[in-house]
Design a protein around this ligand. Structure first.
Ligand SMILES: [Zn+2]
Ligand SMILES: [Zn+2]
Length: 357
């Protein structure tokens, strides 16, 4: 039963009362909140609303209008990907399948990012990094390495969500301190057991997750880190000569990815504070109390290539030049890859059916 119009502090979904425990529950991201906590957050928000003057709103409306008036959306008719470009930079082919794209609409204001990191590497750098990256891989088909393929590398702004999460974590553990010594012919072991309770409050700033359903999540994660000190207020100038992907993954859809990272990091932080020889976690409860979102764009040099019905991906961080890619795995290659692991002790991350190299 929906109660009031309270929005989830993490993803913006409508909260519902959970009669079983009298908490407010979000049906989208499954976060739960105490009723008093929600009331407090909303009272704060209401107060802030009255403190802002109209000038800020007007400025936002002006920027949205400028963006809407000079940015076009192109749609790929074969795979459905949607990309954006300013009027001077007409998009011609689809990033993902290389088929022609057609102009489909003007952008709406809510697609304008608040900030972005501008491209700080050139197409020439991307091309030569790409060739160096390919050159080392004996199992990459010749066609993927060809110059005509390299020419298809595109500078793309990929939509990203940055989340600031306010977290409360509680961990209950059993800690052991172990001391051994010898005396005469005897060896003694002393084991002291401690009941350990830790609680931590904190804020994680700028946890990134891409907002594109077509870009492989693993590929995008592998491009991190981005240096946020280069984030600039969005301006149309930065789009000129580049294309941007239209975001199609909402905050509530990326929230599980964000939450997984928060959980892992909070637990690691708390665990690090436990100075015992052995720690056995008995119980933990990590709650994200509130999430502030920012929609930004990150620069990526991007190339996809289809060969024998398999997709090859190459991506380079447009800020730092960090290179990554996914190559399809055949059974034969997987066998060879695992042999290589055994022989030279390399670690290949096998994620989502591809190898990150
Ligand atoms: Zn939610
Ligand atoms: Zn396409």
């Amino acid at each position: 039963m929906p109660v009031l119009e309270y929005k989830c502090p993490n993803c913006g979904g409508g909260l519902e009362l959970n009669p079983a425990n009298q908490k407010m529950k979000c049906p989208f991201c499954l976060s739960e909140f105490e009723q008093a906590e929600i009331e407090r957050l909303f009272a704060e928000q209401e107060k802030n609303k009255f403190n802002t003057d109209g000038a800020e709103e007007e400025e936002k409306a002006r920027k949205d209008a400028e963006f809407t008036g000079s940015t076009n959306i192109y749609r790929c008719q074969s795979c459905g990907a949607e990309i954006m470009a300013d009027e001077t930079t007409a998009a011609t082919f689809c990033l993902y399948c290389h088929n022609p794209v057609v102009l489909s609409a003007r952008c709406s204001g809510d697609l304008r990012p608040s900030r972005l990191i501008p491209f700080m590497t050139t197409k020439d750098q991307a091309t030569s990094n790409y060739q160096a990256w390919c050159g080392k891989k004996w199992f990459v088909p010749k066609e993927f390495k060809a110059v005509t393929t390299a020419e298809k590398i595109s500078g793309v702004y990929i939509p990203f969500w940055l989340a600031d999460c306010t977290v409360n974590g509680r961990v209950h553990a059993e800690g052991k301190k172990i001391r051994t010594w010898t005396s005469g012919n005897y060896r003694y072991t002393e084991e002291r057991i401690f009941d350990v309770n830790r609680q931590a409050d904190g804020v994680f700033h700028g946890i990134p997750a891409d907002g594109s359903s077509k870009a492989e999540d693993g590929l995008m994660d592998a491009l991190e880190p981005f240096d946020y000190s280069n984030l600039k207020e969005f301006s149309m100038n930065y789009l000129s000569g580049f294309i941007a992907e239209k975001y199609d993954v909402d905050r509530k859809d990326v929230f599980p990815r964000i939450k997984a990272r928060v959980d892992e990091n909070t637990e690691a932080l708390i665990r690090n504070s436990m100075q015992y020889d052995r720690v056995n976690i008995l119980d933990k409860n990590i709650v994200i109390e509130k999430t502030d979102w920012e929609y930004v764009m990150m620069p990526v040099w991007f190339l996809t290539y289809k060969f024998n019905d398999k997709d090859y991906y190459f991506a380079m961080n447009g800020e730092t030049g960090k290179v990554t890619g996914i190559l399809p795995l055949s059974k034969k290659k997987l066998f060879w890859a695992s042999c290589l692991v055994g022989m030279i002790g390399f670690i290949l991350g096998v994620i989502g059916g591809g190898i990150f190299l």
